[in-house]
Design a protein around this ligand. Structure first.
Ligand code: ASP
Ligand code: MG
Length: 405
C-alpha cells in the first residue's frame, strides 16, 4: 500500500463537473489500495476575486485580515471535494491547514511552513478515509491563519508528502507537464519526461511558472518524488527528482521573464566598498537583485547595472536617488524595456560551446544582448522586451529542443 499526496490546482476544480471528475480520479487511486491525501487550491479565479472584494472596501487592508479572507477559497474547495467523494460512496474528510497540523512562521501573506504534525492526517487515513487538506494555508504561533504566498498550494502538498513520508507527490494542473519552452510561444515545444530539482528551480524562477518555487526547494531538501501532470487526461507527466535519466540532453529548456527592469548607476567612484553600499541598501528593504554588471572603470569612475523585479523598480530608484551622495555616484537611470531569456540544463556544465551556441542563435535572429550572466546550469541574456519571444524561439530551434532524444 502506497501513500500518495495529490494536489489539484484551481483550474482542475473550477466547477462542479471538474470537482466530480477529480473526485473520481482520487477514488480510483484509493480503490487500487493506496492511502490518498488530496491538497486543493481555491476554485478557478476565486483568490483573485477575493482580493478584488477586499480592494472595494479598503485598498490597504491588513495582511492578517487578507489571510483570513484568502484562506476561505481553499476551504470552499475541500468541503465540496469531500461532498463529491461521499456522493461516489467513499469516506472522506476535509481539513484546514491548522487541522492538518501545518504550523508556519508569523509572516502574513507569505508564511513559511515551520513544522507539520501529521498525527491527525495519519489517524484519518488509518480509519480508511481519503483526507482532503486546504492548500496555501497554515497557522502561526498566535493561532492566526496565515497563507504561503500566491501559488502556495504546491508547497503545502510537498511539505505534507515530506512529513508523512509519502511515496509520491503528484501535482495536477491544466498542462501536461514541464515543457522545453512555453508552448504558447513555441508551438512545437516538447514535454520533458524528467527534470532535476535544480533545473526545475531555475525554470520556475525564470517564468516557467508550473510549480511554486518553494515547493521545489522543499522537494529537493526532503527528496520527495514529484510528478507534474494534467488532471484532464491520463498522459504521463514530468518527473521532478534528484537525478534525471536524460543526461544526454544538456539543455532542458528555454525560459523567459518579462517581469523585470534594469537600473544603472552612473559614474560610481572606483573605490572599495561601493558595491557593498548599493546592494546593502537594497537588501535592507528586501529588494532582490538578479543580474549584476559592472563596467571597467573610465578614469576614476565606473557604472554598475543590475536587474530587479518590475514591481520594485520605483522603490529601488527612489532609494538610490536619495542616497547618491552616500554611494558616491553621479546619477541613476532605468528602463522597463528589458526581458531575460535563459537556457537551463545540468548537462551544460560538461559541454563547452553552449554559451556560444546561444549567442549565435541570438545573433542570427538579429537580437542584441544587453547583459549576460551564467551559472553551472544556466545562461541568461538580457534582451529588448519585445524581442523575448523571438529570442526564445530562436534558441529553442538552435538547440533542437523540439526533437525527441
Ligand atoms: N489559491 C492560491 C492562489 O491562487 C494558492 C494556489 O492556487 O496555490 O495563489
Ligand atoms: Mg490559484
Amino acid at each position: 500500500m502506497a501513500l500518495i499526496v495529490q494536489k489539484f490546482g484551481g483550474s482542475s476544480v473550477a466547477n462542479a463537473e471538474r470537482v466530480l471528475n477529480v473526485a473520481q480520479r482520487v477514488v480510483d487511486i484509493h480503490q487500487q489500495g493506496n492511502q490518498v491525501v488530496v491538497v486543493l487550491s481555491a476554485q478557478g479565479d476565486t483568490t483573485d476575486e477575493l482580493i478584488e472584494k477586499a480592494m472595494e472596501i479598503n485598498e490597504k487592508p491588513s495582511k492578517r485580515e487578507m489571510d483570513m479572507l484568502l484562506s476561505t477559497g481553499e476551504q470552499i474547495s475541500i468541503s465540496l471535494m469531500s461532498m463529491a467523494i461521499a456522493k461516489l460512496g467513499f469516506q472522506a474528510i476535509s481539513l484546514t491547514g491548522y487541522q492538518a497540523g501545518i504550523f508556519t512562521d508569523g509572516t502574513y501573506s507569505n508564511a513559511r511552513i515551520e513544522k507539520i504534525d501529521g498525527s491527525r492526517v495519519r489517524s484519518e487515513l488509518d480509519a480508511g478515509k481519503i483526507v482532503i487538506v486546504a492548500g496555501f494555508q497554515g497557522m502561526n504561533k498566535n493561532g492566526d491563519i496565515t497563507t504561503l504566498g500566491r501559488g502556495g498550494s504546491d508547497t503545502t502538498a510537498v511539505a505534507l508528502a515530506a512529513a508523512l513520508q509519502a511515496d509520491f507527490c503528484e501535482i495536477y494542473t491544466d498542462v501536461d507537464g514541464v515543457y522545453t519552452a512555453d508552448p504558447r510561444v513555441v508551438p512545437n515545444a516538447r514535454k520533458l519526461r524528467d527534470v532535476s530539482f535544480d533545473e526545475m528551480l531555475e525554470l520556475a524562477c525564470m517564468g516557467a511558472r508550473v510549480l511554486h518555487n518553494r515547493s521545489v526547494e522543499l522537494a529537493k531538501k526532503y527528496n520527495v518524488n514529484m510528478v507534474v501532470r494534467s488532471s484532464l487526461n491520463d498522459h504521463e507527466g514530468t518527473l521532478v527528482r534528484e537525478v534525471t535519466e536524460m543526461e544526454k540532453m544538456m539543455i532542458k529548456g528555454v525560459a523567459y521573464d518579462k517581469d523585470i527592469a534594469r537600473i544603472s548607476i552612473i559614474a560610481v567612484r572606483d573605490i572599495p566598498g561601493v558595491a557593498f553600499k548599493i546592494f546593502k541598501l537594497l537588501a535592507d528593504v528586501d529588494i532582490n537583485v538578479d543580474i549584476i554588471l559592472q563596467s571597467i572603470g573610465r578614469g576614476d569612475t565606473k557604472d554598475i547595472s543590475f536587474t530587479i523585479a518590475r514591481s520594485q523598480l520605483v522603490d529601488a530608484v527612489d532609494l538610490i536617488n536619495k542616497n547618491l551622495d552616500y554611494i558616491g555616484a553621479k546619477e541613476v537611470n532605468f528602463t522597463r524595456d528589458v526581458a531575460k531569456v535563459s537556457i537551463v540544463g545540468a548537462g551544460m556544465a560538461n559541454h563547452p560551446g553552449v554559451a556560444a551556441a546561444m549567442f549565435e542563435a541570438l545573433a542570427e535572429a538579429d537580437i542584441n544582448i544587453h547583459m549576460i550572466s551564467t551559472s553551472e546550469i544556466k545562461i541568461s541574456c538580457l534582451v529588448r522586451w519585445d524581442e523575448a519571444e523571438k529570442a526564445v524561439q530562436a534558441i529553442h530551434k538552435r538547440f533542437g529542443l523540439d526533437k525527441e532524444i
